[in-house]
Design a protein. Structure first.
Length: 143
């Protein structure tokens, strides 16, 4: 399995202008029942989670016809979902959008407590992580 890479600056700049991200920003505070109206409700969920070697074209095409595309993408960016097709975007596209989303999102107060509807906790990062190196081999006796 290949590791996801950090989006390059030109990819983030392009993501900031992407109409799908702009729609997600507009629709992020909308109706919480958007999932019940999604075009994906009538399709096999496997369509939206293709293997890494398979194209996601069918899922993206279906998402482009959906009325809740913006809310769907906003949700995926909020929770940092790195897998599958959400809001007509692939995981690679969302990684760049997530950097743009986080840079434009209001930051929570220093205490971490929400101080009103204008403050929200930022989304979880969907960016590559560095593997943790163990100091002791698993099962080794400590002495």
């Amino acid at each position: 399995m290949t590791r996801a890479r950090m989006p390059r600056p030109h990819e983030v700049a392009a993501a900031k202008r992407d109409p799908r991200l702009l729609r997600a920003v507009r629709e992020q505070q909308g109706d919480d029942a958007w999932r019940t109206r999604g075009a994906c409700q009538t399709v096999d969920p496997e369509t939206f989670f293709p293997a890494p070697s398979e194209p996601a074209d069918a899922a993206v095409a279906l998402c482009r016809t959906c009325d809740v595309q913006g809310a769907c993408l906003a949700w995926a960016l909020e929770v940092g979902d790195c897998h599958g097709v959400w809001g007509a975007t692939t995981p690679r596209e969302r990684r760049a959008m997530l950097v743009a989303w986080r840079s434009d999102a209001p930051q929570p107060a220093l205490t971490g407590a929400a101080q009103g509807p204008e403050h929200r906790v930022g989304p979880v990062a969907c960016l590559p992580l560095v593997p943790i190196q163990r100091r002791d081999p698993v099962g080794a006796a400590s002495g």
